[in-house]
Design a protein around this ligand. Structure first.
Ligand SMILES: *Cc1c(COP(=O)(O)O)cnc(C)c1O
Length: 525
């Protein structure tokens, strides 16, 4: 890093404190040098990183973070960035590494990373048109593009910080629609219900809480053996809930559940929602990539009949965090959140025929990043089909990994997926259920601490299991088999307990020199 990061110049006598610290016409050359240096340093990390993380212990990281003297005099940009490289980049989690297979984090496409540098430096805020000009128009074009992909003839939408915010806003809009024309909002709110499966994202239940709904507002809808919403169960839940005096404010179906990657059947849910006059929200935070998939778009059959859709571009469009959108079918629905301030978006101007397109009228945020630029450059650089093929590739990889597990004597697959997750347990013949249960969190933790592979864990129908979320289209079957080898070796080591310390078992020792004993460890720390 020292090689590539230039020293910053000090400020000359008589200059303001900001004179050389700000990115301006006078510091453009220094900006270029500084950012080139950072880019070179990060590129060096990508070239040389050999594991998903450094494997440093939390105590060690806490000490490193606490040791930085934030109140000292400044050390200059180059030194500060060198320090950040050694602290942050050195100990980051690398989502591009093929042994990273834990959560819904993707490696990011090059044009989007480069666009991120552009939007960060220019620092546009897409709240009002007068702060953003063409950026607002570009975001609106992408919103229209996404709406078109969904099949909304006249949709609208807004970029958000993520699926959590998109879901919150969707449920807010659904609540406002349900309460339209109601005088006693408090009383009406107590009767509002949201129907969804137990596998829906936790942000759905939390949104209901944040929106002031009652504690029993989220009504679970039954699922089939794969965890997919059962339309007959939805029909029953709608009838029973309304029969009991509840007002169903929204049905939330998930296009790609976070754990299993299961896509709920959208079309039957849309039919029922139409019959009851209920808002249908499709949470496609994970499955949004299907919108550009050349082979799997059919999984989203019926999505054009939804009232609103969440799409996380920072998951299956391989975009840097953050990049998400909420798209609605009826443009007017989106304006329920509109609020006017004289200093920003005066109401009388908003009513004008030729009113500026102020995105703040549609967003829960005010100041907002121009994240849309990343998707824009991605679509232009790669074309949508190529992005869709990348998502197809990880779905195909998950299928092949699953086939391997079906034939594996030690690792047992759990459930199935429509997308790119793989659930399994270490449980060869002779290992009882209780032991297999306890191995799940321990294996995850040992691998996590080693830094060599990252897998997630969850509980499906009461059964703990390990989880791979495959979002790296460059990862090969051999890469994932190597992760599975580490899982087996770790389980062997844990089962061997004390004997491990003396056993010459290179794979195990490599995983972690301090393998905990299964019997002595509490689970799930
Ligand atoms: C990831 C996810 C979310 C939350 O999205 P964030 O971008 O993390 O806020 C919501 N719903 C589903 C189904 C998800 O997988």
């Amino acid at each position: 890093m020292a090689r590539v990061l230039p020293e910053t110049s000090g400020s000359a006598a008589g200059e303001t404190a900001g004179a050389t610290a700000l990115l301006t016409d006078r510091t453009a050359d220094e900006y270029a040098r500084l950012v080139h240096g950072v880019v070179d340093a990060v590129a060096a990390r990508f070239r040389t990183t050999t594991a998903p993380s450094s494997g440093a212990e939390r105590r060690e990281l806490e000490a490193l973070v606490d040791a930085v003297a934030l109140d000292d005099d400044g050390i200059g940009s180059a030194a500060a960035l060198r320090e950040a490289d050694e602290l942050y980049a050195q100990h980051a989690v690398w989502f591009h590494h093929p042994a990273y297979a834990a959560h819904l984090n993707c490696p990011v496409v090059l044009p989007a990373v480069a666009a991120e540098a552009m939007l960060a430096a220019i620092n546009t805020s897409v709240d009002t048109y007068d702060q953003s000009l063409v950026a607002t128009l570009m975001e609106r074009r992408l919103v229209a593009w996404t709406a078109e992909r969904i099949g909304f003839a006249d949709g609208d939408g807004i970029f958000t910080s993520g699926g959590t915010q998109s879901n919150l806003q969707a449920l807010f809009l659904a609540r406002e629609k349900a309460l339209r024309g109601v005088d006693d909002r408090g009383r009406a709110m107590a009767r509002l219900r949201v129907l969804t499966t137990a596998a829906s994202h936790f942000s759905v239940a939390r949104s209901a809480h944040l929106l002031g709904l009652s504690a029993d507002a989220v009504v679970p809808v039954g699922v089939d053996a794969d965890g997919r919403m059962d339309p007959a169960a939805l029909a029953r839940a709608l009838a029973e809930t309304t029969g009991a005096g509840g007002v169903v404010m929204a049905v939330v179906v998930t296009a790609g559940t976070t754990d299993r990657g299961i896509v709920d059947p959208i079309r039957p849910a849309a039919g029922l929602c139409d019959a009851y006059g209920v808002w249908l929200h499709v949470d496609a935070a994970y499955g949004g990539g299907l919108l550009v998939s050349p082979t799997r778009r059919g999984l989203l059959d019926g999505i054009e009949r939804a009232s609103s859709v969440t799409v996380d571009f920072h998951k299956t469009f391989f975009q840097p965090v953050s990049s998400s959108a909420l798209i609605v079918r009826e443009a007017t629905d989106l304006l329920a959140a509109a609020w006017h301030a004289d200093y920003l978006n005066p109401a009388e101007e908003a009513r004008a025929d030729d009113a500026d397109p102020n995105q703040v009228d549609r967003s829960l945020q005010t100041t907002r990043r121009f994240d849309a630029l990343k998707l824009w450059t991605t679509l232009r650089a790669l074309g949508p089909d190529r992005v869709g093929r990348m998502f197809d590739d990880v779905c195909a990889l998950a299928r092949r990994v699953r086939e391997r597990l079906d034939a594996d004597p030690e690792l047992r697959p759990v459930g199935t997926t429509d997308l790119s997750t793989v659930l399994f347990r270490y449980q060869p013949d002779g290992v009882d259920d209780a032991t297999a249960d306890r191995l799940v969190p321990l294996v995850r933790r040992v691998l996590f601490q080693s830094g060599r592979a990252m897998v997630a864990r969850t509980v499906i129908d009461g059964v703990p299991c390990l989880k791979l979320t495959l979002l790296n289209p460059d990862a090969t079957l051999a890469d994932i088999e190597a992760v599975l080898d580490l899982v087996r070796a770790t389980a062997h080591g844990l089962l061997a307990g004390d004997a491990l310390a003396t056993r010459a078992d290179p794979p195990c020792r490599d995983v972690h020199p301090r393998l905990p004993r299964l019997t002595a460890e509490e689970d799930g720390r």
